[in-house]
Design a protein around this ligand. Structure first.
Ligand code: ZN
Length: 384
């Protein structure tokens, strides 16, 4: 009686000891898968960041294009203003010459007038002539001439006309000078605009430099996380293999293995070498396969149920342990109908066909492993 009790306790302890490591492995797989999922999310976030930075860069480059064309237009306007300034300067020069010539003519007429007056006054005594010739300026002279009323009207008119002409020329020259300074100030405004645009352009160049640095930084970060993800995936694989190894002691459930995708007998990619890569299972597909029912090839226990599409190249997938070292794997599903630890019966719907993970279209990737190594599923599973 007492012995039986002890045996019962021992059996219970033994069972716990067997169960705990398997549970621990499964937990560590779940943890690792969580980590993979987090890393995948980080990569996604970085991709988004890089995408946004590239968009901002494109915006800045477009702005640069706009600024360049604006500067070009302004420079054309400045060149027109410069030509205008050149023309006005020449006109002013011409006016200066004309003014100079008019002054010469005034001087010449004045000299003639003096000579004539000298002739007139030769006979009539020197004192009055001397008074006139002492004039300090033409206006002074005119006053004196008026005073003595000896000057001929013709000469006076001529000098007055010339003076008027000179004044008009001076007025024109002043107008030209005003026009020139107005053109010069609008040119300098344009110069200012060009300076501002060039400053803005320099800022965009700076922004683009910063964006490039950011992108490089993000790409580096991404590479680091990808490496971590790769290691994590390897750790998941090792943990699964470890769990499988520990589960080998369990007895095989027995019976035949049935086709995991009822109604879809087409193998789109067989087991074996595919180029330089080993294809570890068979791909089953066909028209309308997306969302089709995937069934358990045999009875067993779900030892892995990964519902996160981004965490693995298998996408959403599950593994069933059939005991005796036999496990089956169903990958790229769109959804799972079972969860970790669940017991399943042969033919039970366990998942739906999808295209998650590293997949180019909806299909079921089906693997068969015996004692941890893959075998051609067709050697175990009843076809079709
Ligand atoms: Zn495949």
């Amino acid at each position: 009686m007492r012995l039986r009790k002890i045996t019962a306790v021992l059996t219970a302890v033994l069972m716990l000891m067997i169960m705990i490591p398997a549970q621990a492995d499964a937990n560590s797989v779940t943890d690792l898968q969580k980590k993979s999922s987090q890393l995948s999310n980080q990569i996604k976030a970085l991709d988004q960041k890089i995408k946004e930075a590239e968009k901002e860069k494109t915006d800045q480059q477009n702005l640069q294009g706009l600024l360049t064309s604006q500067v070009k237009t302004l420079k054309e306007q400045i060149s027109t203003k410069e030509q205008e300034i050149g023309l006005i300067s020449k006109e002013i020069e011409v006016k200066n010459l004309e003014i100079e010539q008019t002054e010469h003519q005034i001087d010449y007429t004045y000299d003639l007038l003096v000579k004539r007056l000298r002739a007139i006054y030769m006979a009539s005594g020197r004192s009055s002539l001397e008074v006139l010739l002492e004039s300090e300026s033409f206006s002074d002279f005119v006053t004196r001439v008026d005073m003595v009323s000896r000057m001929s009207k013709h000469d006076r008119n001529l000098i007055e006309d010339l003076t008027l002409q000179k004044n008009e020329l001076t007025e024109l020259r002043e107008q030209l000078a005003a026009k020139k300074s107005s053109v010069e100030s609008s040119k300098s405004e344009l110069d200012g605009s060009v300076r501002k645009l060039n400053q803005t352009y320099a800022k965009t160049t700076e922004s683009i430099d910063n964006i490039n640095k950011q992108v490089t930084q993000s790409a580096k970060e991404k590479q680091k996380i990808q490496e971590e993800l790769r290691k994590n995936e390897a750790a998941i694989k090792a943990a699964i293999e470890e769990a499988q190894r520990k589960n080998m002691q369990q007895n095989f459930v027995g019976g035949d293995f049935i086709w995991p995708l009822p109604g879809y007998p087409t193998i789109t990619s067989p087991y074996g070498m595919r180029g330089s890569e080993m294809h570890l299972g068979i791909d089953i597909g066909g028209t309308g396969v997306n969302g089709a029912n995937i069934v358990a090839s045999n009875g067993g226990t779900v030892i892995l149920a990964n519902g996160n599409a981004g965490a693995s190249s298998y996408g959403i997938y599950l593994i069933i342990d059939h005991g005796g070292g036999n496990i089956t794997l169903y990958a790229h599903c769109s959804s799972l109908n079972v969860s970790y630890g669940q017991t399943v019966t042969k033919g039970q719907v366990i998942a739906k066909v999808g295209s998650t993970g590293r997949s180019t279209g909806p299909h079921l990737h089906f693997e068969f492993r015996v004692n941890g190594s893959t075998i051609n599923p067709l050697s175990k599973v009843r076809y079709g």
